[in-house]
Design a binder for this molecule. Structure first.
Ligand SMILES: [Zn+2]
Length: 871
């Protein structure tokens, strides 16, 4: 410990009230202060002016400290890899020896070359012998799990400044990449709230205001998304920036540091089932080895922990699972504490858990992870090379074929693949393949494909990533999961895709640039009308802009054909005669609109169509711009609310008001045409008067869009909002369940048995009535992502728009659902519209844009807001 540091500690003790400080700081949890440290580098406490655990650091303070490290040490390089929505920088601190730093680019390139299968064995073993291991430590993806970023700067200080032999060896034999804070916006939301709520007298009562975070909490990012579900889909700038760096480095070891409830002891590796069966068997041993490395430290310091009983690594979008698909050992750490942890909190057994200890535990695990990596360096590098070798794949499929379709979300999937370092080929000739199996029906037959279609082969470095995402079904031995059970990309994005077990022989070129959808105006000088086919992914964005520009717009309720081209239902029609005052600017406006929204616009010189409705027909539904509100805050899910907000705010670029649920009684609802209720828990805390107000508003012409739990609440007996039958009402489910379960469930099997009755997210083959405006622009067949064991029963009392396949044995496309659940769901309804007075209630009981990657059904929500109110 330096003199300055000693003095500082002393001053801290004098300034802070002894009562508070003595509970906060305990010399049981020190940060290797007995080691020698470089005099040129300040510790976090010296630099920031408070001891670890005394206060939370804001994002800017963490950044300032890392800059100090980079400026005062040749062992540290600080990389800024992006910016959040709220303008905060995202950083990596790359820490290694001075010598390694001077060869960093070579080290990086050599690490990537390790995965090159053309490398000779002797070259490979030379690289393995001489290369450092790449160890990546990620902190704070959940902003209110706030000890981890504090641990990041402690670990960075030790790795950069400690002069002992062991730390020197860490620097020589590893490049340690520290991402101190994956979710700066969420963390600063938490820290700002915490600081504004904290009392002078330390209060460890977990229900005190200081421990009771406000909605929506700091876990999520600006749009209320869980960034620890976004490693694959890259919806957000935090993920996109990080993965670009990750793909450059491809680490052998990745540890993702989190927090869980404050009564839980530390979770360290390995976790529980189910597991991704495609991973090498050796992964399990590695997870165990790293876990035992941490345990050695924890035993020594009497830190309590548990392994194997929680947390699976099945879903590929976690920071603990994605790295394993990229050839590394992906791992999770969960410290007790979380949102309620504060600076200190009393656990159920009367122990005072301090922030200082939470930082200490994570710090110890961070350092021990580097130690285990360095101790096993050559073996880890060999594992990395073996794992990325496609010859070691356990999957039979050789390739996945995506027909080149700019009118669905194929290009969005290609975009993800390119950003994830996947090699995508494009056919340079027409071709046909034997035994090509489609995802919709699972039928294998000879099929023809076209020049320009996309091919993703298994035979590439990222084969584990590709097969995990494209296989129609993932094997799992255990269906009680921590998260969802299905993510097959062609189903999520509702593509007409195929897979084959023979490597396709066809001439191809490697795709190097993201394909762009055509945009522009055909026949821009037209005077009668301009039309925009609603089946284009960006058509809603064009409609929002037309409304902003004060255009009168209609939507075709029927198809029409002219000059051999057929326009689908929902196609937007801008009639020249109805927008006569725009006649001088219309051609230019359409050009700008096509470019802004990324759509094709067709100018037509006549309203007489060859087939189908004429442009001036009564089947042209006049579209009124709906003023739209979404209720948020309890009891609504911030996740679904965030998705819907993101969809309109970022994709459609159509502003909606977000109104806190408890304001409902005081807001003038007549101002709004559409009110969205996101998923909610239970039937909420609506009183009779709020329900009556909403009912009145619907009867007078409002469109209420109720999603997931809110849809069921609308039909519940307690709310009696709409009268739509539910499966739960009809039959006594308990009788059915009893037939297949023992007469009672043993105490220790109860949580598993409950798990088997749930649906942990399953893809159901489903049908849409695409003649209804709610389903305009969508394919007739989709994969609906369901978590519901109850459904709506079809009847003529309302418009049934989306329903599950009626054959229970065909219903499950992927994921897990029990036989009873399949039989109950078959033929029942997840999307419908109920008329009520002059208004209507749209029921969408399955999520329509889950995590913004299950996007196949997303148009249902968009149509509910943009088209249905004008019906
Ligand atoms: Zn977490």
């Amino acid at each position: 410990m330096t003199i300055a540091r000693l003095l500082l500690t002393l001053v801290c003790f004098l300034i802070f009230s002894t009562q508070a400080t003595s509970q906060l700081l305990n010399d049981r949890f020190t940060f290797d202060e007995d080691l020698e440290y470089s005099d040129d580098i300040q510790s976090p406490a010296e630099f920031l002016g408070y001891e670890p655990g005394e206060a939370y650091s804001h994002h800017y303070q963490l950044g300032a400290y890392l800059k100090h490290l980079a400026e005062s040490s040749d062992r540290v390089e600080l990389v800024t890899y992006g910016q959040t929505y709220e303008g905060r920088d995202l950083w990596l601190a790359i820490i290694t020896s001075e010598e390694n730093q001077s060869n960093l680019e070579d080290i990086r390139q050599n690490n990537l070359r390790l995965a090159d299968m053309d490398l000779s064995e002797s070259e490979a073993s030379g690289l393995i012998e001489n290369s450092p291991a790449i160890v990546w430590l990620s902190y704070g993806v959940h902003g209110n799990e706030a000890s981890s970023a504090e641990a990041a700067i402690q670990a960075a200080y030790r790795m950069a400044a400690a002069e002992d032999n062991e730390t020197s060896r860490f620097r020589d034999e590893a490049v340690t990449i520290i991402d101190p804070l994956l979710n700066p916006d969420g963390r600063d939301r938490y820290v700002t709230w915490y600081k504004s709520s904290r009392a002078h007298m330390l209060n460890t009562d977990p229900v005190d205001l200081e421990h009771d975070e406000i909605w929506p909490g700091g876990r999520t990012n600006h749009y209320w998304f869980d960034l620890n579900r976004d490693w694959v889909w890259l919806v957000h700038p935090e993920s996109r920036g990080r993965i670009a760096e990750y793909q450059k480095w491809m680490p052998q070891v990745h540890l993702d540091l989190h927090e869980q409830g404050f009564n839980s002891n530390y979770f360290t590796m390995p976790g529980t089932t189910p597991r991704n069966e495609q991973l090498p068997d050796a992964y399990e041993d590695w997870a165990d080895r790293f876990g035992r490395g941490a345990i050695e430290e924890f035993d020594k310091h009497q830190i309590n922990y548990a392994t194997r009983e929680a947390f699976d690594f099945f879903y590929p979008g976690y920071g603990s699972s994605y790295p394993s698909l990229m050839g590394g050992i992906g791992m999770l750490a969960e410290q007790g504490g979380h949102s309620r942890g504060g600076r200190a909190v009393e656990t159920e057994d009367g122990y005072v858990l301090t922030l200082q200890q939470r930082i200490f535990d994570h710090y110890k695990n961070s350092i021990s992870t580097v130690r285990t990596a360095v101790d096993n360096r050559t073996e880890l590098l060999s594992y990395f090379r073996e794992t990325l070798n496609p010859e070691n794949s356990k999957v039979e499929t050789e390739a996945y074929i995506l027909p080149n379709n700019p009118y669905d979300l194929t290009y969005d999937v290609i975009d993800i693949m390119l950003k994830q370092g996947v090699e995508v080929e494009q056919a340079t000739e027409d071709f046909s393949l034997r035994d090509a199996t489609d995802y919709r029906e699972g039928v294998s037959e000879r099929r023809s494909f076209s020049e320009g279609d996309f091919i993703i082969r298994k035979n590439q470095t990222n084969h584990l990533f590709v097969t995990t995402l494209f296989e129609p079904k993932m094997a799992f031995g255990d269906s009680v999961m921590y998260d969802m059970s299905v993510w097959s990309i062609p189903m999520a994005y509702n593509l007409d895709a195929y897979y084959v077990n023979d490597d396709p022989s066809v001439e191809t070129s490697l795709l190097t640039e993201q394909p762009q959808r055509d945009s522009g105006v055909m026949n821009a000088s037209a005077t009668y009308a301009f039309v925009i086919d609603w089946n284009q992914p960006n058509a809603p964005k064009a409609l929002a802009e037309l409304w902003r520009e004060d255009y009168r717009v209609r939507a075709a309720e029927k198809e029409f054909t002219i000059g051999g081209r057929t326009f689908s239902r929902g196609t937007l029609i801008v009639l020249g005669g109805r927008n006569y005052k725009k006649r001088n600017s219309m051609a230019r406006d359409m050009q700008e609109l096509a470019e802004y929204a990324g759509v094709m616009i067709h100018g037509l010189d006549t309203g007489r169509m060859d087939e189908g409705m004429d442009l001036g027909s009564r089947s042209g539904m006049v579209l009124h711009q709906p003023k739209t509100a979404m209720l948020i805050d309890r009891p609504f899910s911030s996740y679904t609310a965030g998705q819907i907000w993101f969809q309109f705010d970022r994709n459609v670029e159509y502003g909606i008001s977000r109104i806190r649920s408890w304001r409902l009684g005081s807001v003038d609802l007549s101002e709004y045409d559409v009110i969205i209720l996101p998923d909610m828990w239970g039937s909420g805390n609506f009183g009779d008067s709020e329900i009556e107000t909403l009912k009145q508003w619907v009867r007078q012409g409002g469109t209420l869009v109720a999603a997931e739990g809110a849809a069921f609440a609308m039909a519940s007996e307690s709310m009696e909002f709409v009268s739509v039958g539910m499966t739960g009402d009809e039959e006594n489910e308990d009788d059915e369940v009893e037939e297949t379960l023992p007469p009672f469930t043993p105490y220790d099997a109860r949580s598993d048995s409950a798990g088997l009755r749930n649906i942990p997210g399953a893809a159901f083959r489903s049908h849409l009535d695409t003649t209804h405006p709610l389903a305009f622009g969508v394919k007739e067949e989709i994969f609906s992502l369901t978590y519901n064991t109850d459904q709506f029963v079809p009847s003529d009392d309302y418009s049934v728009v989306g329903y599950y396949d009626d054959n229970p044995s065909d219903l499950l496309a992927s994921g897990y659902a029990s036989q009873e659940n399949l039989e109950q769901a078959a033929g029942n309804v997840f999307a419908g519209v109920v008329s009520m007075g002059s208004g209507q209630v749209v029921l969408l009981s399955d999520n329509t844009q889950y995590r913004m990657f299950w996007r196949g059904p997303e148009r249902l929500m968009i149509n509910a807001v943009m088209l249905v109110p004008s019906m």
